[in-house]
Design a protein around this ligand. Structure first.
Ligand code: 5RP
Length: 298
C-alpha cells in the first residue's frame, strides 16, 4: 500500500512540453476507442501498416480441404510467419498452440456447406466465445447481390458490429463467393463499400485485374485480399504485389500458401511483398532459394 507520508516530492511536470497526441494511422480507424485500436494494431503491423493473414478456415464449408487435412502438420509450422490467423474456433482450440500469442481473426458466421447452398449463414459464434478465445477480429461473410441471402447476411454483419463495438472487438466483413456473384471492380466496389458503411472495421475481398484501385479508394477502411484458388507461385505473388500497390493493406491468403510446393518459402515471399514492397520477381527468386535450401527438410 502507498505510504501517506515521507514520499519523494513530485516535481517533474514537464511544464511547457506539449502532450504528444499521436494519430492512429490505420485507414479510417483514428476515431475508435483504445481497445479496438489495440486489437487492430495486432492485426496490422504498426511498422509497415500491413498484414499477412494466414487463412485456413476453409473446412467450415469444404471439410478436409487439400493442404488442411492435418493442420498440426501443415499449418502449425507456418504460424510464426503470419501476423494474424483466420480460422474457426474448432480448429483454434484443437490445433493452434495458445503460445502463438498473435492476432486471431475468428470465423464467426457459419452455415451451409458446399454440399447444399453456399451463403445461407447465421451467426455461429457469439462474442462471448470470441472474447474467451482472445480474438482480435470477428469474421462474418456477407453475400451482397445474392437474391436469397443478401439481407440475411447483412443482418448477421450488423449484429456482430453492434456487439463488437460494445466490447471494442473489430468485425471483418467478408465479401462472399457464389455462382451469381461477379468479381469485377463495379461489384467489389459496391460490396466492400456496403460492408464499410454498415461499420465493418476491416473488409476482405478479392483482387480484380481492372480498376482495383477504385475499390480500395472508395472503401474508407482497410481492405485485405483473399488469395482464391491456387495459382502458380509467381502469379500469386504478382497478384499480392498489385493488390498492395493499388491500395490493399494486406492479404488474407490460404490456398496459395498452404497448397504451394513449399509453404514456408511461399509465406516468406508473400511477407516480403506485403511488408517490404518487394517486386514479385524478386520475391519469387526468394521463394525458390528458400525452397532449394530447405529441400528434403520440408
Ligand atoms: C474460406 C475463406 C478463406 O478465408 C478465404 O477464401 C481465403 O482463403 P483463400 O486464399 O484460399 O481464398 O473465406 O471460406
Amino acid at each position: 500500500m502507498a505510504e501517506a507520508t515521507s514520499n519523494q516530492e513530485s516535481k517533474d511536470y514537464g511544464i511547457g512540453v506539449p502532450v504528444a497526441n499521436p494519430v492512429y494511422k490505420l485507414k479510417g480507424s483514428n476515431n475508435y476507442d483504445w481497445g479496438m485500436k489495440d486489437r487492430l494494431a495486432r492485426v496490422f503491423d504498426p511498422q509497415s501498416g500491413k498484414t499477412v493473414m494466414l487463412a485456413f478456415d476453409h473446412g467450415y464449408i469444404m471439410g478436409p480441404t487439400a493442404g488442411l487435412e492435418r493442420i498440426d502438420l501443415t499449418i502449425v509450422p507456418l504460424l510464426e510467419h503470419a501476423n494474424c490467423l483466420m480460422c474457426t474456433r474448432g480448429i483454434l482450440r484443437a490445433c493452434v498452440p495458445p503460445t502463438f500469442n498473435k492476432a486471431i481473426s475468428l470465423r464467426c458466421s457459419a452455415g451451409a456447406t458446399l454440399l447444399t447452398e453456399l451463403n445461407d449463414e447465421c451467426i455461429g459464434v457469439e462474442i462471448e466465445d470470441a472474447l474467451r478465445l482472445n480474438a482480435s477480429m470477428m469474421a462474418v461473410m456477407v453475400a451482397v447481390g445474392s437474391a436469397k441471402f443478401e439481407a440475411l447476411t447483412i443482418r448477421n454483419l450488423c449484429k456482430m458490429i453492434e456487439t463488437g463495438n460494445r466490447y471494442g472487438l473489430p468485425t471483418l466483413g467478408v465479401t462472399a463467393v457464389g455462382k451469381e456473384l461477379t468479381r469485377d471492380a463495379r461489384y467489389l466496389g459496391l460490396a466492400t463499400r456496403v460492408l464499410a458503411e454498415n461499420g465493418a472495421q476491416v473488409i476482405k475481398t478479392y483482387y480484380c485485374e481492372e480498376h482495383f484501385e477504385r475499390v480500395t479508394a472508395a472503401c474508407p477502411v482497410p481492405i485485405v485480399i483473399a488469395g482464391g484458388k491456387k495459382l502458380p507461385e509467381l502469379e500469386a505473388l504478382q497478384m499480392a504485389y498489385q493488390a498492395i500497390d493499388q491500395g490493399a493493406l494486406g492479404v488474407d491468403m490460404g490456398r496459395n500458401i498452404f497448397q504451394a510446393e513449399h509453404p514456408v518459402a511461399m509465406i516468406t515471399a508473400v511477407k516480403a511483398v506485403v511488408h517490404n514492397g518487394e517486386k514479385p520477381e524478386a520475391a519469387f527468386k526468394m521463394y525458390n532459394e528458400i525452397k532449394a535450401a530447405k529441400k528434403g527438410g520440408k
